[in-house]
Design a binder for this molecule. Structure first.
Ligand code: NAD
Length: 337
């Protein structure tokens, strides 16, 4: 069993813990939190040993009726791998802690790329992370773009990617973020930073990205134009994307006309937290003009990186090859059901 600690138990961390817990070859040896909030109580109910991310705050946990196993460095010492899910920038600060215990660690997409030796997407570059100690799982948007670009490159060759990212203003719990009633070019400069982040996965890819922020918490929506090297048909691209386990091509006729109904669909299907781990590509939107492919996809920012973190653990610990890991992850997370 691979012993996994999760440092930072918020939006990403709680999902990573549940996904790891569901795997047959992994166990959650602990989660570290800064405060005994509602997520801490849920973690305890789920049976995850609780560690204090800030040791001086241990008494706060006891006062809230939560037993603490110890301080975060004890969890780090005991783990084979730590998944750092702390807010952007704090992961980099935590790296010294992981290094001091010789514990390999995974960082999230909010960190700068140089926090890890490798930026990781399971579909695109699993092998680059094999045996590596410090890996960064790329952001939700970069994950969503990489899952589309990888098969297109392999099948047809890609000359140029242009993507406009319509980004949710914040996650559902992030009530201090916005906009509440505006449509923001964000970042306002073009191209946005997202393209260079995709280049951490595909260094030689030509890609320009533009970003906007809108008053929504549900999902991001990407408008994608990919100039391919080969002539293709929309039907062939659709078939290719349908064969990708982490891409869901939304069939015509389901009446799913936006992110709201996608989330309803996930909740109706009984998915935990209404998560959509797959890229959701509208089948009807897949169009080809010459060598230019167009499509719309929705990306659930809170959950698409979760299976990637699980695969990164297997790559780093050299416990499975790419295909075996992805199949195992998908099966036990519940992808494709
Ligand atoms: P979050 O704020 O929901 O959760 C972070 C958790 O870490 C919180 O519970 C916070 O209390 C805790 N924390 C703060 N300081 C800590 C410390 N020193 N030690 C341990 N825990 C600490 O944030 P999130 O949305 O889960 O984001 C985590 C990382 O994942 C960031 O790098 C972010 O960019 C990335 N990411 C977020 C999303 C998303 O949409 N939410 C998507 C992909 C990647």
């Amino acid at each position: 069993m691979i012993r996994v600690g999760v440092n930072g138990y918020g939006t990403i961390g709680k999902r990573v813990a549940d996904a790891v817990d569901a795997q047959p070859d992994m166990e959650v040896i602990g989660v570290a939190k800064t405060q005994p909030n509602f997520e801490a109580h849920t973690a305890v109910k789920r049976g995850y040993p609780m560690y204090a991310a800030i040791p001086e705050r241990m008494p706060l946990f006891s006062e809230a009726g939560i037993d603490v196993e110890g301080a975060v460095d004890e969890m780090v010492a005991d783990a084979d791998v730590v998944v750092d899910c702390t807010p952007s920038g704090i992961g980099a600060d935590n790296k010294a802690l992981y290094e001091s215990h010789d514990t390999p660690a995974i960082f999230q997409g909010g960190e700068d790329a140089d926090v890890g030796e490798v930026s990781f997407n399971a579909r695109a570059n699993y092998d680059d992370a094999v045996g590596v100690d410090y890996v960064r799982t790329v952001s939700c948007n970069t994950t969503g773009l990489s899952r589309i670009i990888a098969p297109l490159r392999e099948e047809y060759g890609v000359e140029k990617v242009r993507a406009t990212l319509v980004r949710r203003g914040g996650d559902p719990g992030q009530n201090s973020r916005g906009p509440i009633n505006d449509i923001l070019p964000n970042p306002i400069h073009i191209p946005s930073h997202h393209g260079p982040d995709v280049n951490t996965i595909f260094p030689d890819l030509s890609i320009d990205t533009l970003g906007l922020k809108v008053p929504a918490t549900l999902m991001h929506v990407h408008s994608l134009n990919v100039t391919l090297e080969d002539d293709v048909t929309a039907a062939h691209v659709r078939q290719l994307l349908e064969s990708e386990s982490r891409v869901y091509v939304i069939p015509e006729g389901l009446g799913i006309d936006g992110a709201g109904k996608l989330k309803d669909f996930a909740l109706d299907a009984g998915r935990p937290r209404g998560d959509l781990w797959e890229n959701c590509v509208w089948g009807e939107s897949i169009a080809v003009e010459g060598r230019d492919l167009y499509l719309f996809q929705a990306i659930h920012q809170e959950s698409d990186v979760i299976p990637e973190n699980v695969d990164a653990i297997r790559a780093m610990t050299e416990s499975a090859e790419q295909a075996e890991s992805m199949v195992t992850t998908d099966e036990h997370v519940g992808i494709g059901i």
